[in-house]
Design a protein around this ligand. Structure first.
Ligand SMILES: [Zn+2]
Ligand SMILES: [Zn+2]
Length: 154
């Protein structure tokens, strides 16, 4: 390992996210429907950056009338209100997470696991200087690819 190695992000309490959700919905006049609430709350509890199908499977016992199509549409609405992020992945299927503290991702090419990490060295690099001629930098997100310890042990 090298100095300034990335460290995993601790998870925030899910209740914190629900407060953010309610505040943003109120601000943006987005109606809090049972579907939006349940999908957001399931995603806030998840630490594995699930696909829409995974969310649908996790919620269908609790919400038997929920369709996969509704999960996709709801995720789209939540993304457009900056409550949910689509995450870069190695698969064709999109992966999602709730919008929270700025962080980066490590992706295992073998099992496709996506892990959060903080990386202060990257966050404190002045990209603005490097990219001044290119335009305005809004955010920088690093994706690290490799093979996780679990897969390597197999
Ligand atoms: Zn793996
Ligand atoms: Zn993440």
């Amino acid at each position: 390992m090298y100095a300034n190695a990335p460290t995993p992000v601790c998870n925030e309490a899910p209740e914190e996210y629900m407060k953010i959700f309610e505040d943003v919905c109120r601000q943006k006049k987005l109606r809090i429907t049972p579907q939006r609430l349940e999908i957001y709350s399931e995603l806030a509890r998840a630490t594995d950056h699930p696909t829409a199908e995974m969310l649908y499977q996790r919620l269908s016992a609790k919400m038997p009338t929920l369709s996969l199509d509704t999960v996709y549409r709801t995720l789209g609405t939540l993304i457009s209100h900056d409550l949910v992020h689509k995450v870069e992945s190695t698969q064709n299927q999109a992966r999602f997470e709730v919008q929270h503290l700025h962080h980066h991702h490590v992706i295992c090419r073998n099992c496709n696991a996506i892990t959060d990490l903080t990386w202060n060295l990257v966050d404190h690099t002045n990209l603005q200087g490097e990219l001044h001629a290119w335009g305005k930098v809004e955010r920088a997100h690093m994706v690290v690819y490799g093979t996780c310890a679990q897969c390597r042990a197999q």
